[in-house]
Design a protein around this ligand. Structure first.
Ligand SMILES: NC(=O)c1ccc[n+]([C@@H]2O[C@H](COP(=O)([O-])OP(=O)(O)OC[C@H]3O[C@@H](n4cnc5c(N)ncnc54)[C@H](OP(=O)(O)O)[C@@H]3O)[C@@H](O)[C@H]2O)c1
Length: 245
């Protein structure tokens, strides 16, 4: 029998013991962080705001909404129910774990300015950009040849941790019944924490997050949406236009 505290050959009891003592609170914190209800701000009061707001409330999160029309924001908060609050645009990001920019591309600059993003109000916050800056019915990108909507958003919201996500699937994908086949949601961004939070919010509405790289990859993700939109408007099912692995 080994004396108390003696090491078995090939084992390191003290190191194992110490790593458990240090590791458990860390693991507990990680689990706590994963399961903790989040506060999510939504800029915009339309179709996508309502769908993702519904999905995140179902997942137990708190939702705060704001739009250029306070009446529409109040109406959306009423429809979403629970303790959803409608607040003025500059307050949407307050205390939020993430903010969703659910606004038509043509309104993005105005809404970000009204929310105080140009003054750094969203600095440090995960800012999820689901916008499609595309020509309606055609799918061609409206941004310049070497830029993306998400990078433009990042320039309009200094310090915000922008993540491109939720731009490819129709809004109805996020309110499907539990147990529906998961969809892969390609996301990209420069900030690891913002990607982690966004990934959890993707999972909360039945998606599987796939991080494809930094925000520089956003153009590619946005082109993919333009491609899907172009096919759909031309009467083809985009799902049949990509090879199955
Ligand atoms: N719906 C989808 O299936 C889907 C899927 C993926 C991505 N997206 C993207 O998500 C974003 C929102 O889409 P949505 O379907 O929710 O659109 P929506 O139902 O038309 O709602 C658009 C929102 O943007 C606001 N808005 C529009 N123009 C504005 C302006 N000039 N200034 C300030 N606010 C303005 C609207 O405010 P008012 O009501 O006051 O006009 C409304 O709150 C878009 O960028 C879209 O490309 C949508």
């Amino acid at each position: 029998m080994l004396a108390h505290g003696a090491a078995r050959p090939g084992r390191h009891p003290r190191r194992t013991h110490r790593s458990v003592r240090i590791g458990l609170p860390t693991v507990a914190r990680m689990i706590d962080e994963k399961t903790r209800a989040k506060r999510i701000g939504i800029l915009g009061t339309g179709t996508l705001a309502e769908a993702l707001g519904t999905g995140w409330l179902r997942a137990g999160h708190e939702v705060v909404v704001g739009g250029r029309s306070p009446d529409k924001a109040r109406a959306l908060a009423d429809r979403l129910g629970g303790d959803t609050r409608a607040v003025p645009l500059p307050e949407v990001g307050e205390g939020c774990d993430a903010v969703l920019l659910a606004v038509l591309w043509s309104g993005v600059e105005d809404v970000l300015r009204a929310a105080g993003a140009d003054r750094g109000v969203l600095a440090g916050t995960a800012l999820i950009d689901p916008t499609n800056a595309v020509e309606h019915g055609v799918g061609a990108l409206l941004t310049g040849p070497d830029e993306s909507a998400a990078q433009r958003v990042a320039a309009l919201a200094p310090g915000a941790r922008v993540v491109k996500a939720f731009h490819l699937f129709p809004a109805a994908a996020w309110t499907r019944p539990p147990g529906a086949d998961p969809v892969t949601v390609a996301i990209c961004g420069d900030d690891a924490e913002a990607l982690r939070v966004t990934g959890e919010l993707v999972r909360d509405v039945g998606g599987v997050p796939a991080v494809v790289g930094p925000l520089q990859r956003a153009r590619q993700l946005e082109e993919a949406a333009g491609f899907v939109i172009a096919l759909a408007f031309a009467g083809f099912d985009p799902a049949t236009a990509v090879p199955h692995a």
